[in-house]
Design a protein around this ligand. Sequence first.
Ligand code: IMP
Ligand code: ZN
Length: 369
Amino acid sequence: MESFRSMPKVELHAHLNGSIRNSTILELARDLGQKGVIDFLDVEHVIMKNDRSLVEVFKLFDLVHVITTEHSTITRITKEVIEDFASENVVYLELRTTPKKNDSIGMSKRSYMEAVIQGLRAVASFDVHFVPQTKQVASSFNSQFMENSLNGSAKKKIYVRLLLSIDRRETTIAALETVELALEMRDVGVVGVDLSGNPTVGEWDTFVPALSFARQKGLRVTLHCGEVPNRKEIQQMLDFVPERIGHACCFCEEDWRKLKALNVPVEICLTSNVMTQSVSSIDVHHFADLYRAQHPVALCTDDTGVFSTSLSQEYSLASSTFGIDKADIFDLAYKAISQAFADHKVKDEVRKIFSSAKGQVSSMDRIDP
Ligand code: IMP
Ligand code: ZN
């Protein structure tokens, strides 16, 4: 496990509110319980439960969203999530989150995202690089936030890029608003959009206008695809040819053929898929086939908090389950850099970090076949 912790890693599929520390959720829930906003005893067991089905996962997300409505809380959890990934040597993180609007507490999608950006700025123990260096144009977003990215070069560096998620419960108009916001925030590290949320809710057609608009404007698109069996939607999503997809659990032969022909990279979330029972057990996970076929894949966490995992743990799990030695896991992470949505300059910087760490993974780590 230690060698997976110390190697540089690339995280391409992590949801902000799914990555909150358990201790933080409990603290916030207790606090709201004392204020009488929620009944702590009612929610404690939802937070503490370990094996969660897909349905229970979305119950927990509803609870998390009640607990994390304050802007200051969004800032705090963003800071903690970045610190957690950076501490385990994730050197490139694409963090996704659903901008939320809640008129009753004065939150707009924009103010929600401003709180996220404040969280990136608030990290003091690592050098968080999130403002693209090529973007010199001052906007209301980057003029305030440029500073941190240029400071602290002596600290361990983590490159962070953001994806704005569209929740499957949203309308076409709401989805378009999120894309507009993503476009406005390109100069603070937003590189793309994601479609996520309860896979049994919503219709693909609702989101096509927003996703097409995003693409037309140069944003990259990743989709949660095939978490539940839905032949028609899987085919429609693949026909859209997203830059990446997440999960791909409930694919049939024809879907695999299409995916492979299109060479669309897959974000693999082993623990998440097993815990939500989207895959019946780890040893039959489709990662094995995709890896053997040399299809582009990236090992990811999905929700470190909800599924009590870390990227080091996912690397270790892939290694032990599928007999992949540490040097090959290192190569897998290295290859994931090319699937990142950041620009070439950032990818080259991340590659340099990998090159200088390569010596760590010695020939001793190779397992004889
Ligand atoms: P947020 O977008 O930062 O609020 O992160 C939590 C949200 O991510 C959830 O409410 C879902 O919409 C989405 N999400 C997290 N995990 C999954 C998953 O496994 N499948 C689909 N959506 C997910
Ligand atoms: Zn996800």
